[in-house]
Design a protein around this ligand. Sequence first.
Ligand SMILES: [Zn+2]
Length: 293
Amino acid sequence: MSGTFVLTIDVEIDAGKKWRTSNPASYEGVYTGIPRLQTLCDRYGVKPVYLISPAVMVDARSVDTLNALDPGRSELGAHLHGEYIGPGARFPGPDFSGCDPAEMQCQYEESLEFDKLENLTRRFAALFGRKPTSFRAGRFGARGWTIDCLQQLGYTHDTSVTPHRNWHDIADFSRPGSLTPYYPSLDDICAAGNSSVLEVPVSITPDLKWLRPTPRFSDLAQCLQVIDWYEQNTAPTVLCCMFHNVELVPGKSPYCATAADCEAMLERIESIFALLARRNYRFKSLSEVTANG
Ligand SMILES: [Zn+2]
């Protein structure tokens, strides 16, 4: 049996233990983390989608690094952390040293959420030469209205839904409508509906195991359990793995403090790629995923 595998990477400014941004602001997770990951992906034909935070779009060298990637082997998409982009940015930038991102876009007034998404989409297009079609909400803070905004702005794919997780009763995915790709309702992101944006949920089991190879998050055995569970319980099987670029460099995320942590993470990622290759998975970018896999 063969499924589809999508690797989704939230591309963030370097951070410390609790996601407060580096001070002074740094971008090693882009400069060195992404090239290391891309080299590994290229060996297996995995096509990562890099979902880029507005806190990264202010840094010219980061933009150059992302623009240098081969679009046939990867995809660039957008990732909203609304405090970093107007209107009404809590941190107006462009220096984001020592910021503490906490906002979830589903808590904004609808018009403010739309305006921030529109601004992010415009900035992306100016920097990367085309409109983004793939999106993830910061802190997974998406709702039906988010899908409506994305649809109006020309997006085709979203990956903000984290099935079975309830984030502080603000974004509640504890009763997922589907674990396979679906077109959500504009009123309820968890329910199937008539939108034109394909939702590709992150792979999480009912007992809250993630396909997330982050040290202290899911070890390799747990990742393999998620893969097996999805193969047994979903059809088509579409695995959506997520982590952050900043986990691939030491001391730039809450998860990987040392070089050994980063090495262990890369080994775990490679083990997952190798297993999926043996099982004849199709490796797709997010925008290549369809409702059929
Ligand atoms: Zn993020």
